[in-house]
Write a protein that binds this ligand. Structure first.
Ligand code: PLP
Length: 399
């Protein structure tokens, strides 16, 4: 049989999808499963989004559309950027894609030659490492352990940028940790970035409307607008508008980068469907109270999870202030046993937890931090409390 391309030896299925699939199968087999695995917002967009989609369907042209994105969508994104404190962009700086995931993949193709260096902090969103591997980039990880609240320090960044990596990739608010950088922290990192002009900066800010406790959302461009000439801001309607399945990702970038992605789109996807475009325009330009309300709800859910975790001896968890994840350090369990099962690492723990208690979490090693696990907490409160009760029970049964 002919061989697959060499790059496929480096391509792995998303570890998050693997856990989610296993939980789904156990549920289908009749097991009582609570899934904290996949990062879905668990709410639907407002009726105005569906009305716009129906309207678009009624007037569907059935034709190919713009490789960059429709003018209406680009204008809605421009307005959204302005509302988020990003100024100075024009349509020529923008381009859309099939979700932030595809946009990030296109960015990797557009910016990284095989062997080029990309740096990003750990814990990181799983697909960063996988995408970098597929395009043959050399990944340098910047460890940000729980002891430093999973946050990157300016001196770490300065050291990493000294080798002039091609790309620095930064995610704020963070998946998997839920941590959010303060304005002062962003300003300190931006100062380092300003001193290293040879590196592209990708800001994956797709959780930017889901920030709690009044910390606010800050981007390097808010404090150092001059970084715009080498910064790419990635956004998406998936998490903030409850529309992950609609698959709309957006970027604001220097014109040259945006144009490169338009070229890739012209070969990869051609365009977003008209109905999807209309729904995205409605989400971005309609009433903005939904993400704000959800942020309040998620903050309360975060508190429920943290309260439950704090009652488990030895489990530590930096306090997240955004997105909908917590990422506790569960390494206290390593070397112990649950029944006859030895818990050697995070994967053993997640497997044992799923088998014994029917609770699905994602092992931290999927995000480059094997001392932790990720809990995605968007499910209804009753389910959330029951899942946390089972986790607590599991830890109490360790010997
Ligand atoms: N970036 C981060 C940090 C994410 O958590 C996710 C999805 O989980 C994505 C990008 C991809 O989002 P999209 O649904 O827009 O492809």
């Amino acid at each position: 049989m002919p061989l697959l391309a060499e790059r496929m030896s480096r391509a792995k299925p998303s570890a998050i999808m693997v856990v989610a699939e296993k939980a789904k199968q156990l549920k289908a087999a009749g097991k009582d499963i609570i899934s904290f695995s996949i990062g879905v917002p668990n709410f639907l967009p407002g009726e105005h989004v569906y009305a716009a989609a129906r309207e678009a369907l009624a007037h569907d042209s059935g034709q190919y559309g713009s490789n960059r994105g429709s003018e209406a969508l680009l204008d809605a994104f421009l307005k959204h950027l302005q509302d988020g404190g990003f100024n100075g962009y024009e349509r020529k700086n923008l381009v859309v894609g099939i979700g932030a995931k595809q946009v990030l993949y296109n960015l990797a193709e557009a910016l990284l030659n095989p062997g080029d260096e990309i740096v990003f902090p750990t814990p990181y969103w799983t697909s960063y490492a996988d995408i970098a591997d597929i395009v043959g980039a050399k990944t340098t990880l910047l460890p940000c352990p729980p002891e430093q609240d999973y946050k990157l320090k300016p001196e770490q960044l300065a050291k990493a940028l000294a080798s002039k990596p091609k790309v620095f990739l930064f995610n704020n608010p963070s998946n998997p940790t839920g941590m959010v950088y303060s304005k002062a922290e962003i300003a300190a990192l931006a100062e380092v970035l300003a001193a290293h002009p040879d590196t592209w900066i990708i800001c994956d800010d797709i959780y930017n409307r889901l920030v709690f406790d009044g910390v606010g959302y800050h981007n390097f461009l808010h404090v150092r607008p001059e970084l715009r000439e080498r910064t790419i801001v990635v956004d998406s309607i998936s998490k903030t508008y409850g529309m992950p399945g609609w698959r709309v990702g957006l970027i604001a970038a220097p014109e040259k980068v945006a144009q490169a992605l338009v070229t890739l789109n012209s070969n990869h996807i051609t365009n977003l469907p008209e109905v999807v475009t209309a729904a995205a325009v409605a989400a971005l330009s309609g009433p903005q109270d939904l993400p704000a309300r959800k942020a309040i709800e998620f903050a309360a859910k975060r508190d429920r999870v943290l309260a439950a975790l704090s009652a488990i001896p030895g489990v530590n968890c930096p306090r997240p202030q955004g997105a909908f994840y917590v990422f506790p350090d569960i390494s206290v369990a390593f070397g112990k046993k649950h029944g006859s099962t030895v818990i050697g690492n995070d994967v053993d723990l997640c497997n044992a937890l799923l088998e014994a208690k029917g609770v699905a979490c994602v092992p931290g090693s999927a995000f480059g931090e094997p001392r932790a696990l990720r809990i995605s907490y968007t499910c209804p409160d009753a389910q959330l409390d029951e899942g946390m009760r089972r986790i607590k029970e599991f830890f109490a049964e360790l010997s």
